[in-house]
Write a protein that binds this ligand. Sequence first.
Ligand SMILES: Cc1cc2nc3c(=O)[nH]c(=O)nc-3n(C[C@H](O)[C@H](O)[C@H](O)COP(=O)(O)OP(=O)(O)OC[C@H]3O[C@@H](n4cnc5c(N)ncnc54)[C@H](O)[C@@H]3O)c2cc1C
Ligand SMILES: Cc1cc2nc3c(=O)[nH]c(=O)nc-3n(C[C@H](O)[C@H](O)[C@H](O)COP(=O)(O)O)c2cc1C
Length: 452
Amino acid sequence: MSESERLLLAILAIALYSLLCLLSWFNHLRKSRQQNGQVISDEGVILVAYASQTGTAEALARQSAAQLEGTKPYQILPLNQVNEAVLANTRQALFVVSTYGEGEPPDNGAAFARHFLTDTISQDLSHLQFSVMALGDKLYQQFCGFGHQLYQGLSQLGATPVTAPLESCANEGHRAQELISKWQILSGLHTDKVADKVNAPLIPEFCFEPWQLTERVWLNSGSPGAPAYLIGLTSMANSLNWQAGDIAELKFTGGAIRHYSIASLPESGVIELIVRQHQFADGSLGLGSGWLTHAAALNDKVELRIKANPAFHSTNTDTPAIFIGSGTGLAGLRGHILQRVQSQASQNWLIFGERDPQKDDFLQAETANWVSQGVKVSKAFSRDADNPQYVQDIMLQQADKLKNWLQQGAVIYVCGNRKGMAHGVDNALQQILSEQQYEQLIIQQRYRRDIY
Ligand SMILES: Cc1cc2nc3c(=O)[nH]c(=O)nc-3n(C[C@H](O)[C@H](O)[C@H](O)COP(=O)(O)OP(=O)(O)OC[C@H]3O[C@@H](n4cnc5c(N)ncnc54)[C@H](O)[C@@H]3O)c2cc1C
Ligand SMILES: Cc1cc2nc3c(=O)[nH]c(=O)nc-3n(C[C@H](O)[C@H](O)[C@H](O)COP(=O)(O)O)c2cc1C
């Protein structure tokens, strides 16, 4: 071999080696970005996105993705984190979404919905094939309403549905493996993997157990509004498995179920609720609230189970927390405040609203005690003769302080009435913050709601 041939061979060997290094580096980069949940540019990666309030759709999304393990690369994201770049670089996607309010998205899908389904977006998604698993409940008029909106919105942007939305009803029990198999077969992703327990509940649910009514305190004697009570329930099975933010599901006559935000911590040994008595025009009382506030005698039994409510659990106690609620909404906030006071978390702000300052100042002694422990408490009374106002008015008056707390990373918890209070609070927030700050608050899951 001549000198020049040897040189050429050496150059070729170095070039080949460099190419191999480059390929391996690209592969490493792809894997590490995938691990960080940051893949935005790998077209072979399947996107599994979820929008979920109480965790069922999220659990179904994770179970669907887990069955791709070892066969296809995937990334899982809450729907609010799916942006233009993610969509532009995805060829195949599964959206697992539930519905809240009246046909509305869960909070961790609301920013996506506002941006992609209501704004005039011109993004072309003709490269995207997608499926929607829509979770809902046939008891609601707009069954799986948000799943259908999402399906239509993505189709309008040019994406191709693999199938009509795969609907699933909570009241009939979500059959997870059945949905996953349908999705896999229809989108050509069928694997032999099946979940460990076929059709086991997506989120382990506590069973209904007997509890006894052990406390009933009228919170607003003489109020112009309907009576509200602090209700105490004691487990007959010594069950104390809940955390601040969770919901109690109570089963009444005929198997009818009603939800109530839990207002106490397990350490107290009692589930406390704040229940408004629902009165019909003919004077008769609502099924659940009537039993709790009037019909039941002390020590009467009721079937109860805890429903975890992860979207309303507490986050880091190092950051400030702002609690906003009116009326019975104080229930869902109380557990969080008790916990933060107990753990000496600083910077807690409660903004509470009701009607009459003399009659409706729920748990007045307790909220005064919170003040003495450093909690900032602001109250708004809509029938205060001198200063009638709502919680959203306080937010607007103290907008600078609110912004300041949010800049320090505060998390906002909103609990109570959806139509009147929560919409007012949401409007106030949108007035106080820039569009970008408001969207960030949602995307960072620092705007948590338990509203009904
Ligand atoms: C997540 C969540 C948390 C809640 N937290 C609280 C709380 O902390 N405090 C509180 O007082 N209330 C709370 N509620 C409301 C509560 O669950 C009941 O809806 C309320 O007490 C009225 O129920 P009732 O059985 O007394 O009245 P009902 O006999 O149900 O009558 C009330 C009216 O609502 C309609 N209605 C109510 N529920 C249903 C249903 N499931 N299906 C069809 N129609 C229905 C009825 O047709 C009727 O017009 C919460 C609701 C939810 C979803
Ligand atoms: C306050 C409330 C409102 C709801 N609104 C609807 C609705 O409008 N349409 C529907 O199909 N389901 C509705 N549902 C049922 C949920 O979508 C269903 O329970 C679902 O399984 C929840 O999934 P998640 O745990 O992922 O949030 C509602 C549930 C609650 C508690």
